[in-house]
Design a protein around this ligand. Structure first.
Ligand code: ATP
Length: 441
């Protein structure tokens, strides 16, 4: 079995985009109407993959942690919030327009800021372009709100509600997963830069003196997450963001960058946001968002460490990490070596032959039993067995179970095939169930 490494494959991006379309992971948003740039539709396997990543993230950063509360807040957020947080004036990217073809570019992504990369024409001056989408709210449409450009304000706006209802001590965190919207100047690179995406994020409220300790703690947890979800950690690099490039309120930011096929770019961010947000929203709303320390009788604004994760960029990094090509016998194959925890389908069950009712019946019985145990189990009797294995390999199904004549005639169990090695082993069903369970614990 020979394996090509991802880095050497210059067509990798094209192969992944095409596999995603062919196998029902990701389609162009609103495709039959010509598409809307920067939007993508998730098909059955894409939706399952995105969901599994969210579920694992929630487990890792919410339910397995001692003091993180999960919340969920609306995507429609009134203008006053963005005024107070500084997003109305500051949530922008530098934009440059070509005087000839009128194409627009992110100024900070251009090597030559004088010559248009598309037509060679002269480029105009740099302007700040606000990324937030305004929306009219109410029947008159004159209530101004914005689709949230980040989900963090939801956590700051509920700081007092959670203090008053849950009475947590410091440190504690507020987490959520939800849509963010950014009117990106130049959406590109598949799921990497889009206009609507799911963020997975939390704000960790601490005493100022502890910020370095918790910054390091969450930095470590982010690396654990990277491994747990199945991103190749050798392809992830930390970038210490310089003072000039950090948000004005941040005292330290680390970007976790990934070697995408189109270059090394941001995957996740970890920022120490000081007490900027609670202070700004206290001033903006007129509501006291300080924390009262019962022991010391001190009242103060907690500081915040914020780890931030894009779901789409995670999906892309997982796909790039999992994409493999090898030779199986004398046939080439493509497979996605997903971590079973996030694989859209866990097990596929086949009867060896479609036209033998006794095999089909037994396979359906086993399929039902496995489905009850593991949920994401499929039954497939289309085409020959080799084709079925290839289909499951391409969507990253870790195990295929086949019912053959020995199953029926000799009560010899079924064959279980491992996706990565292609090796088959004959096993009894209870053995299979306990083996697969052990892979999820
Ligand atoms: P970039 O510099 O790439 O525009 P950013 O620094 O503005 O990103 P953050 O504001 O830190 O990004 O956003 C938090 C996370 O949200 C990022 O680490 C990334 O995973 C994700 N993200 C940001 N913008 C997009 C986008 N347009 N499409 C998909 N994911 C995004």
């Amino acid at each position: 079995m020979s394996e090509k490494t991802n880095e050497k494959d210059s067509d990798l991006m094209e192969k992944i985009v095409s596999l995603c379309k062919r196998r029902g992971f990701v389609f162009q948003g609103s495709e039959i109407y010509g598409g809307l740039a920067g939007t993508w539709d998730y098909g059955p396997y894409g939706a399952e993959l995105a969901h599994n990543i969210k579920e694992l993230w929630w487990k890792h950063f919410v339910t397995e942690q001692e003091n993180i509360f999960g919340i969920s807040t609306p995507t429609l957020v009134p203008e006053a919030v963005w005024k107070a947080s500084g997003h109305l004036s500051g949530f922008s990217d530098p934009m440059i327009e070509c005087k000839k073809c009128h194409h627009r570019f992110r100024a900070d992504h251009l090597e030559d800021k004088k010559k248009c990369p598309d037509c060679g024409g002269e480029l105009g001056g740099e302007k700040a372009f606000n990324l937030m989408f305004p929306v009219g709210v109410g029947s008159s449409g004159d209530g101004v709100a914005y689709l949230r450009g980040e989900i963090a304000p939801g956590m700051f706006l509920n700081f007092k509600n959670v203090i008053d209802s849950m009475h947590p001590d410091l440190p504690f965190g507020l987490a959520q997963i939800g849509k963010a919207y950014r009117n990106e100047i130049a959406p590109r690179d598949f799921l990497f830069r889009v206009r609507e995406f799911d963020l997975m994020e939390f704000e960790y409220f601490i005493r100022e003196a502890d910020w370095e300790k918790y910054f390091e703690y969450w930095r470590g947890e982010m690396w654990k997450w990277i491994e747990r979800v199945g991103i190749n950690k050798d392809m992830v690099h930390e970038l210490e963001v310089s003072k000039e490039d950090r948000a004005f309120y941040s005292k330290r930011t680390i970007d976790f960058e990934f070697d995408y096929p189109f270059g090394k770019k941001e995957l996740y961010g970890l920022a120490y946001r000081t007490d900027h947000d609670l202070k700004s929203h206290s001033a903006g709303s007129g509501v006291d968002l300080t924390f009262f320390d019962e022991e010391t009788k001190d009242r103060f604004f907690p500081h915040v460490v914020e780890p931030s994760f894009g779901n789409g960029r995670t999906m892309l990094a997982v796909l790039v990490s999992a994409y493999k090509e090898d030779m199986m016998g004398d046939e080439s194959r493509v497979y996605l070596a997903f971590n079973p925890k996030i694989a859209p389908v866990k097990i596929a069950v086949f009867p060896l032959l479609k036209n033998k009712p006794e095999l089909v019946e037994k396979a359906r019985e086993i399929y039902k039993q496995l489905k009850k145990e593991f949920g994401a189990v499929v039954f497939d009797d289309n085409g020959n067995i080799g084709k079925r294995y290839r289909r499951q390999d391409e969507i990253g199904t870790p195990w295929c179970v086949t019912v053959d004549f020995e199953t029926i005639e000799k009560d010899a169990g079924v064959t279980m095939r491992d996706r990565d090695s292609g090796k088959q082993k004959r096993m009894q069903l209870p053995e299979i169930i306990s083996f697969i369970k052990s892979q999820f614990s």
